[in-house]
Design a protein around this ligand. Structure first.
Ligand SMILES: *[C@@H]1O[C@H](CO)[C@@H](O)[C@H](O)[C@H]1NC(C)=O
Ligand SMILES: *[C@@H]1O[C@H](CO)[C@@H](O)[C@H](O)[C@H]1NC(C)=O
Ligand SMILES: *[C@@H]1O[C@H](CO)[C@@H](O)[C@H](O)[C@H]1NC(C)=O
Ligand SMILES: *[C@@H]1O[C@H](CO)[C@@H](O)[C@H](O)[C@H]1NC(C)=O
Ligand SMILES: *[C@@H]1O[C@H](CO)[C@@H](O)[C@H](O)[C@H]1NC(C)=O
Ligand SMILES: *[C@@H]1O[C@H](CO)[C@@H](O)[C@H](O)[C@H]1NC(C)=O
Ligand SMILES: *[C@@H]1O[C@H](CO)[C@@H](O)[C@H](O)[C@H]1NC(C)=O
Length: 398
């Protein structure tokens, strides 16, 4: 009996013990399972996080931040890894090296019209002169311009508006290398001419280091060396956009009553197409959405937009920004609708000297004998005599 009781108690205790072991094992297993599941979840999250960073970093490398699209979120998620990248993109942003882009004209004008409200530059800003060439193809007088620009890197930028089908690229050593902007067809005397000028201005405005903007044609030549022209423009407190009231039929006669009331006959002005603008005036020009449509609709031949739109616009919007004269000399003395074209035999030292210093004009409120910095129209055959005379007369570094 005593033994029987004992054996039963032992059996029961063994049963209880087994039960306890079983519950412990089940408990441990469920904890392990939980830990495993939790671990997997955390691990998964961690992996996702790491991969996201890697992706954003490698995608930054593969596709450098586009300067013409708003910055994407990966740049904002930058940590130390892409610190240099974001620095580079700031420099790229204030002074884009690549002038090519895929913006439409509307997008381009809007972007170029953005103006900083903090006037102190957070970088060393050496003001540059933007030379904007309106040309059909290759610049016929390019070797003269190459000579002109040589040794003045960092003080100028070049923009070329060409025929859209012109795709020639000069050698890398040329100042014109990769300076073509996205261009469209231009017809003389038509609104497309103004569109091209605005396109040049807007592209040049994207570089915040550009301070002065000169429009030049393929027949233009410089009349002085680079430093003289640079100082003349940079130090001038006004722009050089010619605007005057011409009472003749080829002036006021081209005014159309349907332009009123926005533009009255007393607002109407005429002037040379070849202008020079400071940043403020350039922004005023590309930002105009009020007068441009009126001109496009009502300034039709014999009214030519390139002779009236900018002179009238400036007179309406910011008359004090311009000196009312151009710095590009043209010989209209023979009359007619086209100025004189100079040929090979016309180019002599005496002739160039006369154009350089045969006039008086005001500059920053004082009389000066340097009035024109550029001259046109020079036929491609003038290149040889110009190259021969230039080093001596214009003080170019040969
Ligand atoms: C970026 O680099 C500059 C110095 O090159 C350093 O002072 C700055 O703390 C860095 N910024 C970040 C977010 O790492
Ligand atoms: C960042 O850009 C500034 C000029 O904007 C330059 O002086 C500086 O050296 C650059 N820093 C790095 C780390 O590239
Ligand atoms: C440019 O021309 C001016 C006046 O003719 C002269 O004083 C100056 O030394 C020239 N500059 C260079 C860099 O040749
Ligand atoms: C523009 O200049 C004239 C004098 O030439 C001056 O009377 C006028 O106040 C100026 N206007 C502005 C907006 O600066
Ligand atoms: C230029 O002409 C406008 C009128 O068209 C006049 O208000 C302005 O004072 C002139 N500027 C200079 C410098 O003569
Ligand atoms: C320019 O002004 C100077 C000095 O006032 C004078 O001697 C010269 O004849 C003038 N030149 C012209 C082309 O008017
Ligand atoms: C340009 O500077 C001259 C000389 O300091 C001054 O007489 C003239 O009023 C200034 N013009 C403008 C538009 O600031």
């Amino acid at each position: 009996m005593h033994v029987k009781e004992l054996s039963i108690r032992i059996k029961r205790e063994a049963k209880d013990g087994r039960f306890q072991i079983a519950t412990t094992i089940v408990f441990c297993l469920s904890i392990a399972f939980l830990v495993l599941v939790l671990g997997m979840v955390i691990n998964d999250h961690f992996k996702k996080y790491v991969i996201y960073e890697d992706l954003s970093f490698s995608s930054l490398n593969a596709f450098p931040p586009q300067i013409f699209t708003p910055s994407q979120s990966p740049t904002q998620r930058c940590t130390q890894k892409c610190n240099t990248t974001s620095n580079r993109s700031f420099e790229e942003w204030i002074s884009p090296k690549d002038v090519w882009h895929t913006m439409s004209d509307r997008e381009l004008m809007w972007r170029a019209s953005l103006v900083p409200r903090i006037l102190d530059f957070p970088f060393n800003r050496t003001p540059k002169v933007a030379f904007m060439f309106l040309t059909r193809g290759k610049l016929p007088l390019a070797p003269l311009w190459e000579m002109f620009f040589k040794g003045n890197e960092g003080l100028f930028s070049i923009y070329l508006h060409t025929l859209p089908e012109f795709t020639y690229e000069p050698p890398e050593s040329s100042v014109f290398y990769k300076r073509r902007i996205p261009s469209k067809l231009v017809q003389w005397g038509r609104p497309s001419m103004i569109d091209a000028e605005r396109r040049l201005l807007a592209n040049a405005l994207l570089d915040f280091t550009n301070q002065r903007f000169v429009l030049l044609s393929e027949t233009c030549i410089p009349l002085f060396n680079f430093s003289t022209i640079y100082n003349y423009l940079i130090n001038s407190n006004q722009s050089f956009l010619s605007t005057f009231d011409d009472p003749r039929p080829i002036g006021r006669g081209r005014y159309n009553k349907r332009m009123g009331p926005a533009i009255s006959l007393s607002d109407w002005r005429k002037g040379s197409q070849w202008f020079e603008a400071n940043r403020e005036l350039a922004i005023a020009i590309i930002s105009d959405v009020e007068y441009y449509p009126i001109f496009r609709n009502h300034c039709l031949p014999p009214c030519y937009m390139d002779e009236h739109y900018l002179p009238t616009l400036v007179n309406k919007v910011c008359p004090n920004l311009t000196s009312n004269r151009t710095v590009t000399w043209t010989d209209w003395s023979e009359g007619g609708s086209h100025p004189r074209m100079f040929m090979r035999n016309d180019v002599t030292e005496e002739f160039l000297d006369r154009v350089r210093s045969g006039f008086n004009c005001t500059y920053n409120g004082e009389m000066r004998s340097i009035c024109s910095l550029f001259a046109r129209k020079f036929h491609p055959t003038t290149l040889q005599p110009l190259l021969r005379i230039a080093p001596k007369l214009l003080g170019f570094n040969p």
